[in-house]
Design a protein. Structure first.
Length: 216
């Protein structure tokens, strides 16, 4: 699980995943100068999570290329998505995702997004220097609105809401559950051939996150 070309090949075998990842506005994180290359999936805890048999089977980070005008000031990367193929190895109750594991996904994707922006902040004209790319989570709140059924593909999305000095405030983060016969995003049918998610409003686990620089 390298979050690179090998995992891309894994997801491209699934038609709706291939359609998502090959859309014209999608950029794969491993295809750019990626400061996360040496820190993604790093540390004893992350290594332990990723070593769970039939747990995280593949992951791939990407983002939507949006016009500069739509980006928050100081946030060259306003959003980051990570596609996960997750098996039953991370279940709490049988077949249902463990709440601690889901919080780990939110914290991980939000942290990657913060690192991307701290690294690139100084390269954007008019952007305040946030500092070297080292962040820590200051606050993470998760509302578990519905159990997540495992053994399918999930998309975790983190979005920056605003910057306040050394703090990066992220809006609600989402997990998209794609597991049955067709995909519904925001209540609209995305594909009627492969996987299915319940309407977004009924499924999402919402989070409020605040990340602060580790160094003053």
């Amino acid at each position: 699980m390298n979050n690179n070309a090998s995992d891309l090949h894994h997801f491209l075998k699934v038609p709706w995943c291939a359609e998502t990842l090959t859309a014209p506005d999608i950029k794969l994180l491993h295809e750019i100068q990626n400061p996360l290359g040496t820190v993604m999936n790093r540390g004893a805890f992350a290594n332990g999570i990723l070593a769970i048999p039939d747990g995280v089977r593949a992951q791939l980070a990407y983002f939507h290329q949006k016009p500069q005008e739509s980006r928050p000031i100081g946030a060259p990367f306003p959003e980051l998505c990570v596609m996960y193929d997750i098996g039953p190895g991370v279940a709490g109750w049988a077949g249902r995702g463990h709440g601690g594991f889901l919080s780990y996904l939110f914290d991980t994707v939000a942290g990657w997004l913060a690192l991307l922006n701290t690294h690139h902040a100084g390269k954007v004209q008019g952007t305040p220097q946030i500092g070297e790319p080292t962040t820590m989570t200051a606050r993470l709140e998760v509302n578990y609105r519905k159990p997540i059924v495992l053994d399918g593909v999930f998309i975790v999305t983190a979005t920056i809401k605003q910057l306040e000095g050394k703090k990066i405030l992220l809006g609600p983060a989402d997990i998209w559950w794609l597991a049955l016969n067709k995909v519904r995003l925001l209540g609209e049918v995305y594909s009627n051939d492969y996987k299915e998610a319940e309407p977004l409003a009924n499924l999402w686990l919402q989070t409020a996150l605040q990340l602060a620089r580790a160094h003053s």
